[in-house]
Design a protein around this ligand. Structure first.
Ligand code: GAL
Ligand code: ZN
Length: 691
């Protein structure tokens, strides 16, 4: 489809058909060009085990097609109907405490249930066969938010599936015993039949069992997804298939999952009550873009205003919805869709905002819906362009899972908490980042950040070393290089396989109690470490910063090891909000700078680039004040004939860029003024983009 996608989940089964006619009329008015249909329609499509009811969906697809709207057709498998559940009560999921979760909500299925899978695949096939040639069909939407509500199941079917998975992973039972370290606490198994999922137990459960369980749960849901995807690929080849991800979600290894997606789509619900929500959103969007190596992705769901599932649900104030929608585009999305089109009047989500609110077309929400639709049409040419991060952040689900197992030196070492300050520091400096998996070719980026690598195999450590030797800059956070893939400690001193690369050795971990801080001295700049510190000793590395207080006073806190053509930095503590000055040193060394020089606070800038070299510079003002944004290339006069502005140049030492703001059609030269919550999307001719 040309241009940007705009629309949302549409649940027409909640409405009499006469309302549909009004829906499509209003969709056309708002510029909606794609609707997601059928996500929770299973009971309506298959009233019982022996009958189908497609008539209403036939009429609906014909109707939207007549109005020039395309359909993202769901496989409708996320919520099995009551008749199926009563015929197969064993398909309901079971918690670690043995409680079977009842029908009456949604997503009530066991990932490993044969009855559920068989029924889901059958429904998918029926839908694919019926609609594969329908002219409204643009893409397939498999299931809905895998791992939402239920990410694991402890029933006998899941136990059997877990044992099968373990056999495949470990081969023999003695291999499993070694991997799980079952010599500890008399946990030895004689056969796979003796193994159960990690149900609630008297005390700490075997950590490797828990880690394998995490891996298994991600794989079990993926197997389910692949079963549906395979049917769609077979019956409806050529129609792209996606399932909606849930941003940076612990439960699912999205690197692995995205290999099985035709493109990535994401659901994002930044909290309007959180003044920093846009920073977190930027991080999630960067991840979504990175999952398929920078290819455009789709914001499948966002709320036009308030959600209904937080304790207190704030609306998005005037302009916020537009700004946050543009932010997804700024970070590589090719469309903005919503939950949902028309606000429900019944059910658990009747207070959730919608593109068409309860009040109807007189509402502020509807005005915003229409306005955004019109603006997305103006931005159509942005579709397909890409952006690339200047630095990379290493993200490994395996390591995330292992890091957060119990009985560690500190329970405060949680991946999202460790990552966020790193991302925020880069965001504030205007540096766009890509995420990379541990298997990536790191060479694409001059700077690689690893906020934590608790679990690290020797092969990855060797590749990191080769990257640094070849001229890369690595910045590694604390509590890294600790365990191998079985969660066994690398022997011989932390950070195990990173010891030579980082040129340091850890003597002991020194977590910092809640609420306390430890001073760190960076060449006279005072920083505060929180959560975590380490007693380290340098081997080959030089000391960049030292601890300034507490038991570690005087010992190295931050180090740098020059190796080959590059260098490897180690942060032995969590610097939280004080991380910036250390990252500045690494950024300078790697020659990585902001997307746009002189960016004022609160303004986000990214540049998407089309195949022909045209740049689309997104400027987003997240703050409450008007901002003057320099539209400048770093360095004086890199462009023929484009010298500094005559007279008082507000941005000396830079060369002005000129382009067209696609939102207003106005020419921008040298600077752009953004209103509070204002935005501009400047089309830069190819030569200027290069500058
Ligand atoms: C999503 C879900 C939608 C809807 C929405 C409400 O997680 O996919 O069906 O529930 O949240 O915010
Ligand atoms: Zn189960």
């Amino acid at each position: 489809m040309p241009g940007l996608l705009y629309g949302g989940d549409w649940n027409p089964e909640q409405w009499p058909e006469r309302v549909w006619a009004e829906d499509v009329k209003l969709m056309a008015e708002a510029g909606v060009n794609l609707v997601t249909v059928g996500i929770f329609s299973w009971a309506r499509l298959q009233p019982d085990a022996h009958s189908w009811d497609f008539g209403w969906l036939d009429r609906l697809l014909d109707l939207v097609h007549r109005h020039g709207i395309a359909v993202d057709l769901a496989t409708a498998t996320a919520s099995p109907p009551a008749w199926l559940v009563r015929a197969h009560p064993e398909l309901l999921p079971v918690t670690a405490d043995g409680v079977r979760l009842e029908f009456g909500s949604r997503q009530h299925y066991c990932p490993s249930s044969p009855a559920y899978r068989e029924a889901a695949v059958r429904l998918t096939r029926a839908l694919a066969e019926r609609y594969r040639h329908h002219p409204a069909l643009a893409l397939w939407h498999v299931h809905n938010e895998y791992a939402d509500h239920v990410e694991e199941c402890f029933c006998p079917a899941s136990a059997a599936d877990f044992r099968r998975w373990l056999r495949q992973r470990h081969g023999g039972i003695e291999e499993l015993n070694r991997s799980w370290g079952t010599a500890f606490w008399s946990q030895h198994y004689n056969s796979f039949d003796q193994i159960e999922p990690p149900r609630t137990a008297p005390g700490p459960v075997n950590p490797t069992q828990l880690l394998d369980w995490r891996r298994f749960c991600s794989d079990a849901l993926l197997a389910l997804h692949r079963a549906e995807k395979a049917v769609l690929d077979e019956v409806s080849p050529g129609v792209p298939v996606t399932t909606n991800f849930m941003s940076m979600l612990k439960a699912l290894d999205y690197w692995e999952w995205s290999r099985h997606e035709d493109f990535v789509s994401d659901d994002a619900y930044p909290d309007p009550a959180d003044p920093r929500a846009h920073v977190n959103a930027a991080m999630n969007y960067d991840l979504m873009r990175s999952l398929k190596g920078g290819r455009p992705w789709l914001l499948m769901e966002q709320a036009p205003s308030a959600v209904s599932w937080r304790p207190v649900n704030l609306p998005k104030g005037p302009g916020r919805y537009r700004l946050w929608s543009l932010q997804a585009l700024a970070r590589g999305a090719d469309g903005v869709l919503h939950f949902q089109w028309r606000a429900s009047v019944a059910g658990a989500e009747k207070f959730h905002s919608a593109m068409l609110p309860h009040r109807g077309t007189a509402s502020r929400g509807w005005q915003e819906t229409v306005r955004l639709g019109a603006e997305l049409r103006r931005l159509g040419e942005v579709a397909g362009s890409r952006l690339r991060g200047r630095a990379a952040v290493l993200l490994d689900w395996d390591s995330w899972w292992a890091l957060e197992l119990d009985d560690h030196p500190s329970a405060r070492m949680r991946w999202p908490d460790l990552l966020r300050p790193w991302y925020a520091a880069l965001y504030e400096r205007g540096v766009t980042v890509d995420f990379v998996p541990p298997t990536a070719g790191f060479d694409d980026h001059p700077l690689l950040l690893a906020p934590n690598l608790y679990l690290l195999d020797t092969a990855t450590a060797e590749r990191l070393t080769a990257y640094v030797r070849g001229g890369g800059r690595l910045v590694c956070g604390p509590f890294s290089g600790i365990a191998d893939r079985h969660d066994h400690i690398h022997p011989g001193g932390h950070p195990g396989p990173l010891r030579d690369l980082l040129g340091i050795v850890v003597d002991e971990h020194w977590p910092i109690p809640d609420g306390a801080t430890t001073a760190v001295d960076l060449n006279g700049t005072g920083l505060d470490a929180e959560r975590w510190s380490e007693w380290i000793e340098t081997e080959a590395a030089e000391t960049v910063a030292r601890y300034g207080s507490g038991a570690l006073a005087g010992l190295p806190a931050v180090t740098r090891n020059r190796l080959g053509a590059g260098s490897a930095w180690y942060l032995s503590c969590h610097l939280g909000a004080d991380l910036g000055p250390v990252l500045d040193l690494a950024l300078a060394e790697a020659g990585v700078g902001a997307e746009l020089p002189g960016l004022p606070g609160g303004v986000e800038a990214t540049c998407r680039v089309a195949a022909d070299g045209t740049g689309y510079l997104f400027l987003l003002n997240h703050g409450p004040e008007e901002r003057l944004v320099p539209l400048r290339a770093p360095g004086r006069d890199p462009l023929a004939g484009a010298g500094p502005l005559a007279g008082a140049d507000p941005f000396p030492g830079t060369a002005p860029l000129t382009g067209t703001d696609l939102l207003t059609g106005a020419e921008a030269a040298g600077a752009v003024t953004l209103a509070p919550l204002g935005a501009a999307v400047i089309r830069l001719p190819a030569a200027q983009e290069r500058a």
